[in-house]
Each structure stands twice: as C-alpha cells, then as structure tokens.
Design a protein around this ligand. Structure first.
Ligand SMILES: *[C@@H]1O[C@H](CO)[C@@H](O)[C@H](O)[C@H]1NC(C)=O
Ligand SMILES: *[C@@H]1O[C@H](CO)[C@@H](O)[C@H](O)[C@H]1NC(C)=O
Ligand SMILES: *[C@@H]1O[C@H](CO)[C@@H](O)[C@H](O)[C@H]1NC(C)=O
Length: 437
C-alpha cells in the first residue's frame, strides 16, 4: 500500500495496486502516452484534421476487428445483452447508453493508496448506480474493489476471538493481506442487472463501448464534472451521447448524492447491495442460516468505535460515551432481554477481539459465531469483505436483529448513542449510575 505514497493520485498508483490481475481498463486519461501504438486512434479529440482523419480510419478499422467476431451471430437479439450485462448472445450492446464514474470506487484525493471500509464504498456505489438508473444508462462498474488493510486485519483478529485454536488456524492463515479484490467476487452482476444494468470495466463490452465512443467523437463521449443528473438526463449534449464519463467528487463518490435529502429521489435502499452478494456468498449464508434454524442476532461494534482520546486536561473522551459499557455482555443481556427471550439461538457478529468476551451471554442464549461455521466459510472466504457480506446476510435473516446503533429511528439497538457524531467528545460512562433512564 505504501507503494502509492507520494505518487500522483491517478493512474500510476492504480496500475500498481490494481494492475496485477485481469485486463487493465482502457486508458482514456493519456491515450497518446501508452495506448497509441497498441490501439491506434486512442485519442478522443484530436486537434488537427489530419490526426482526426487518421484516428477515424484507425478507429473504424479497430471497430471492425472488434466486431467481426459478432457478425455471424443474430443481430436481432440486441438488447438482452446489455440488459443483463452479459456478452453471450452476440448483440453489440451499442443500442444502450453508458455511464462511467472511473475505475475505482472512491479515490479520495491524495489518499489514493488507501480506502474506506465496505459500507462506505457501498454508499458510493449506490450513489453511482442510482444515477445510472435515473439516466437509464448501463453503469460501468470498476472491476476491482480496494480493501482497507485495517478492516482486513480486524477480520483476522475477529475470527480468532471465539474460535478454538484449530479454527483460528484454519481461518486466520489466509491471503487476507490483499489490497483489493475482484468486484465479481463480492457481487452477482447478473442479479444486479435485473435492477440496474451493469458491465465491468475489464469486459469486452467496455472495450467495444470505448472504441466506438472514440469513433463517434462528440456523439460518442462526453466528460462531465459537477453537472446535475437532471441536466445529464435532459440536456442535449449529454442526453444522447453513448458514454458519459463523470469525474465524481475527489472526496468520495457518495458526495455526489449528499444533497439529495428529498427521500423520494432515493431509488435504492441500503439493503440493495447486501442482497446482491455473489452467489457463493449467498449460498454459504443460506447454509449457515439453515444450520442456525430459528435464530436472533446482534451486531456488536466495539473496536474502532470505542476509541477514546485525552483532552487537554488529560481526561479521556469519546464520541460514543455509553458504547463501551452498552456493548459489554452483562449490559447486552439486560438490554436485549425484553426483545430476545432466554433459550434462543443468538448469532453474534462483532469486531471485538478478546477471546470469550461474549461468553457470559451463554447463560441465557445458545451462542453462535461465524467461527462456528469455518467448514462452510473457509472454502469460500478470501477477504474480510466477503466474510462481512455473509455475516450481513445472516444478520438480515434473523428473527429479531439488534444493531449496535439505532440508525433509522426504528431499529432495535444496543446503545442509544447516535452513530454519527464527529464533534462532541464526551466523558465515557461505564456504570449504570448517571444513566438517564
Ligand atoms: C474521464 O474524465 C477524466 C477527467 O477528465 C479523465 O481523467 C479520464 O481519463 C476520463 N475517463 C474516460 C473513461 O473517459
Ligand atoms: C422530490 O422529488 C420528487 C420526484 O423527483 C418531486 O416530484 C418532488 O417535487 C420533490 N420534492 C421536493 C420537496 O423537492
Ligand atoms: C460455537 O462455538 C462455541 C465455542 O467457540 C460454542 O460454545 C458454541 O456452543 C458453538 N455454537 C454452536 C451453535 O455450535
């Protein structure tokens, strides 16, 4: 990861991090530099007529090379392809229009060498997918997702938390140091395409869109930044172009959606991407759910969230003053008793790393963790994002589910502290005394 430090935040960094596997996405950024010899007319807007001519000739030639393999197949079956994001029925897919936001989800400025956790990146993906839906365009999905090394490390520690030593070995010794993973190891794009058509940016279809957009010139490609989705939908230079290339906020893709407080304009619920998990992840979750039978679940966020820091008088302060207390087993027990009767099977997902931390709850409940199912998870899981996606599906399938924080006002939660608090550092409360109610 440190390899990217001090580099320009654009392609060189991504090449190193992403380029190791798979076909690199076609480069638009500097076509004259590396793609000229390989791709001929790689420049979207040549400046001189001679270049333009040469570029068009090459582009047309390339177009024929690309499409000649398709000629023999039925031209009538056109639209199903792009709709499902598959490339098997031989259509050229060019009757659809495309939306591209770049080749990685969130590359926040100079912090391009790292990235946020899965939930954060999903907020960004949802924002981009909603725009594609709104514009009735196929979304061009980055083919890889960055994995935050901190989240991955927590995963390893979490796995050993309640497992016996053999499980620790089986689940802990893994290639979890990976800095990115294939997007299709996380999501099922055929399933997703039933709601929002999607192609990957390492697919043949994408290469075809790219080469065609160059051939078409201004009707082929438009680069936009900071233009509202309504304008993109209705205004002439954008509404009919084959490919819209949006440069999203350098902070985070989801910043593009932050002004949409009009709820009726939100098209995809939070649960959309969790439900789009890749088939092998959904299958693993289903197996575990059927072994659990009739179960309840809690998600206990400790680790990252219970951090304290000293103020200038040396007093410890935290953003979530009751969280450390409310996520300890004796307080959990007291809190959830009114929702989850004793004797129930309770599935616990947590980033707490102390072995046996939740064991006191076994006085009331039959406890289960992901580590109980290592025989199912081990063959499937290659990184912590996949584990998290399976755990999420298990949590969603619980009869009663208690979150750590009350996120939308109606959730059952372990604590009343708000999840979002970035300013008010308070003195943590560890005892029942001083509690409001
Ligand atoms: C999209 O636009 C950005 C900024 O203009 C550019 O750097 C990038 O190469 C473009 N990508 C595509 C696919 O056109
Ligand atoms: C919210 O969005 C809907 C649909 O886009 C629109 O009809 C409605 O007028 C908007 N409401 C406000 C308060 O902007
Ligand atoms: C899960 O494993 C723990 C030991 O790590 C054990 O106490 C518990 O009974 C197991 N739960 C199930 C449902 O097998």
């Amino acid at each position: 990861m440190a390899a990217c430090k001090g580099r320009k935040p654009s392609l060189p960094c991504e090449r190193e991090v992403w380029g190791k596997k798979g076909i690199p996405a076609p480069s638009f950024g500097d076509p004259m530099a590396s793609h000229r010899s390989a791709r001929g007319g790689g420049k979207p807007r040549p400046r001189s007529p001679i270049l333009l001519l040469a570029a068009s000739v090459l582009a047309v030639a390339l177009f024929w090379v690309f499409s000649s393999s398709q000629i023999s197949s039925a031209p009538g079956a056109a639209s199903a392809t792009a709709k499902l994001g598959s490339e098997e029925d031989g259509s050229d897919g060019l009757e659809r229009k495309y939306l591209y936001w770049g080749n990685r989800v969130d590359c926040p400025g100079k912090h391009c060498d790292s990235c946020e956790g899965l939930g954060h990146q999903e907020s960004s993906l949802r924002c981009a997918l909603e725009e594609a839906m709104f514009l009735n365009r196929v979304f061009v999905m980055p083919s890889r997702m960055c994995i935050n090394p901190i989240h991955n490390k927590k995963g390893i520690l979490r796995k050993s938390a309640d497992g016996n030593p053999e499980e620790r070995h089986a689940l802990g010794v893994r290639l979890w140091a990976a800095s990115s993973c294939a997007m299709d190891s996380l999501y099922d794009f055929l399933l997703m395409s039933k709601t929002v058509p999607v192609i990957l940016d390492n697919s043949k279809m994408w290469h075809r869109v790219v080469s065609t957009s160059m051939k078409l010139g201004e009707r082929g490609l438009v680069n936009v930044q900071g233009i509202s989705r309504v304008d993109l939908k209705e205004d002439e230079p954008y509404s009919n172009v084959l490919l819209i290339n949006r440069t999203a906020s350098p902070l985070s893709w989801f910043m593009e959606c932050k002004d949409r407080n009009n709820r009726s304009s939100i098209m995809l619920p939070y649960s959309f991407l969790p439900k789009m998990a890749a088939k092998n992840l959904r299958d693993a979750a289903d197996k575990i759910k059927s072994l659990l039978g009739d179960y309840d679940a809690i998600h206990v966020r400790r680790g990252d969230k219970i951090k304290t820091r000293k103020d200038r008088f040396g007093v410890e302060r935290t953003l979530h003053p009751h969280l450390e207390r409310d996520t300890r087993p004796e307080f959990i027990q007291q809190r959830i008793a009114k929702w989850i009767p004793p004797g129930r099977t309770l599935f616990i997902a947590s980033n707490e790393r102390t072995p046996g931390f939740f064991s006191p709850l076994s006085a009331s409940y039959k406890l289960a963790y992901a580590s109980n199912y290592s025989h199912i998870l081990d063959p499937v899981i290659e990184n912590n994002y996949q584990l998290f996606m399976i755990e999420r599906l298990i949590l969603m399938g619980a009869n009663t589910f208690v979150r750590t924080f009350n996120e939308d006002g109606t959730d059952l939660s372990l604590t009343d502290d708000p999840k979002k608090n970035t300013k008010s550092w308070q003195i943590p409360v560890y005892t029942m005394d001083g509690e409001e109610s």
